[in-house]
Design a protein around this ligand. Structure first.
Ligand SMILES: Cc1cc2nc3c(=O)[nH]c(=O)nc-3n(C[C@H](O)[C@H](O)[C@H](O)COP(=O)(O)O)c2cc1C
Length: 203
């Protein structure tokens, strides 16, 4: 067990029982700098690969940078917003999901591309939890910089960056971020998000 593991305090306070892996997944900022085993990294993307997708189009692509490859890691770090870079620099690996916008067969826009890439990254995050790793997704990155840095072709959009790694000591964060790291995870109640018969009518 990782001695820095805050999982017990960050476990979802559920109103109905859910699978342990779902309850335990959370998004830390305090990573340590240990590398992640290459095989484990492959397992994460394998989990992503087996997500469901509209017409089995599999619109997900991933760019990845391991911290052992210092120049590559710095290049991806440079794509992140300053705020995210401050903590994500301690991750073991960084990745950016890229979404394919149209169907191969018809050339028509795939209305569900982002949904399906989200399905894949959700798989990845749950697989990470099962392996004792953590993933923190990031909207805060420069999409155009990622596009040019990696030569992402037309018809594909960089979607979400992510930090992947081992939980580190909370003291690596400044005080404000330490407080955020300790905050309990919160969610809207089911009555605000699941309706029956008519919009707004809670189950
Ligand atoms: C698509 C997406 C983008 C996010 N962008 C950021 C970000 O740029 N910076 C950040 O610190 N957290 C980011 N987060 C993390 C969310 O704030 C976090 O998932 C949310 O507060 C719920 O916390 P939990 O994941 O620990 O349950 C992002 C999460 C997602 C799914």
């Amino acid at each position: 067990m990782n001695p820095h593991d805050l999982d017990r305090s960050k476990r979802a306070a559920v109103d109905h029982p859910i699978h342990d892996l779902l309850a335990r997944r959370w998004s830390p900022r305090a990573f340590d700098e240990r590398p992640v085993d290459r095989e484990l990294l492959h397992q994460l993307f394998e989990a992503a690969r087996w997500a469901a997708s509209s017409f089995n189009e599999q619109p997900w692509r991933f760019l990845v940078a391991e911290r052992q490859a210092e120049a590559e890691f710095s290049r991806m770090l440079e794509c992140l917003s300053e705020g995210n870079r401050a903590w994500a620099r301690r991750a073991s690996a960084l990745a950016i999901s890229v979404s394919k916008l149209a169907f191969d067969r018809t050339g028509k826009p795939n209305r569900h591309h982002a949904h399906d890439v989200g399905m894949a990254t959700a798989n990845l995050a749950i697989q990470a939890t099962a392996l004792g790793l953590h993933v923190h997704m990031m909207a805060g990155f420069d999409v155009e910089k990622a596009r040019t840095t990696y030569g992402v072709p037309e018809g594909f959009d960089p979607l979400t960056a992510m930090a992947i790694g081992h939980l580190g000591p909370i003291e690596v964060l400044d005080e404000r971020k330490q407080a955020r790291e300790r905050e309990p995870r919160t969610r809207l109640p089911l009555t605000e998000v699941v309706f029956r018969e008519r919009w707004g009518n809670p189950i």
